[in-house]
Ligand binder design. Structure first.
Ligand SMILES: Cc1ncc(COP(=O)(O)OP(=O)(O)O)c(N)n1
Ligand SMILES: Cc1ncsc1CCOP(=O)(O)O
Length: 227
């Protein structure tokens, strides 16, 4: 399958709904829901699959990438740099136990995206920024049914992230359409959402509601989103 590169301007505008795939869905159901999220305006998709079936993961990642290409969205792979490189995804998201950011940055080059989990830790964010992360993720912002033991983080970390590090900030954890506006006001460029999006009765409408929130909150951002 030919991989069509995204224009640089699109690649560098890191703002919008970041739809993270839920576990335990059949591949066809997952793809239908991701398609709906993209129809509603999701700008980024993260393939997050904690199962160990590498053949299925590669197939699903390729199918998700093709879908993202149809909508001009970007696909990142959670945890797995090798899978991201093998399928030609747009980037990888790494947490504290997922390998070195420096290694990933080098392997990805400048054009693909590197996201880093920073939890509630601003010094981790500072280090990740220095290693070339394209966005820094903070959370959980709210209790998360997907990850109930996730550490809780303050939205003020995102304000600091934008002001002190000039790197886009991503909020994650328990985000809903109802609680998202203060996160955008605090400086979130990306809203990473699993359950509120993918468990919605109408995934496309829920994604569109997030899209609308980004539109409404554009003028309230603490600083320009172009770094
Ligand atoms: C955008 C985004 N932010 C944070 C995470 C969490 O990553 P990690 O800490 O590695 O935990 P798992 O997702 O692997 O359980 C994420 N995946 N995406
Ligand atoms: C992966 C992850 N890391 C912190 S919270 C979380 C889960 C986010 O899922 P949800 O949007 O369902 O709370």
């Amino acid at each position: 399958m030919a991989v069509i590169p995204l224009p640089d301007a699109v690649r560098k505008s890191l703002r919008g709904l970041y739809a993270i795939t839920p576990d335990c869905l059949a591949a066809n159901v997952l793809l239908d829901r991701v398609r709906a999220a993209l129809q509603g305006g999701a700008a980024f998709v993260q393939y997050r699959d904690k199962g160990g079936d590498t053949t299925r993961q590669a197939e699903t990642a390729r199918a998700l990438l093709a879908l993202c290409r149809q909508f001009g969205a970007r696909l990142l792979i959670n945890d797995d740099l090798a899978l991201a490189l093998a399928v030609g995804a747009d980037g990888v998201h790494l947490g504290a136990t997922d390998g070195k950011l420096a290694t990933a940055r080098e392997a990805l080059g400048g054009a693909r995206l590197l996201g880093a989990s920073c939890y509630d830790d601003f010094e981790r964010a500072r280090a990740a920024a220095a290693l070339g992360a394209d966005y820094l993720a903070f959370g959980a912002m709210h209790p998360s049914s997907t990850k109930p033991l996730a550490v809780r983080a303050s939205p003020s970390l995102m304000t600091r992230c934008r002001a002190e590090l000039q790197v886009p900030a991503c909020a994650i954890g328990g985000i809903t359409v109802e609680n998202a506006a203060p996160l955008l006001a605090a400086g979130a460029d990306l809203l990473a959402v699993i359950s509120d999006l993918f468990e919605a009765p109408d995934v496309a409408s829920r994604a569109a509601a997030y899209y609308q929130l980004f539109e409404e909150n554009a003028r309230d951002l603490p600083q320009s989103t172009t770094f």
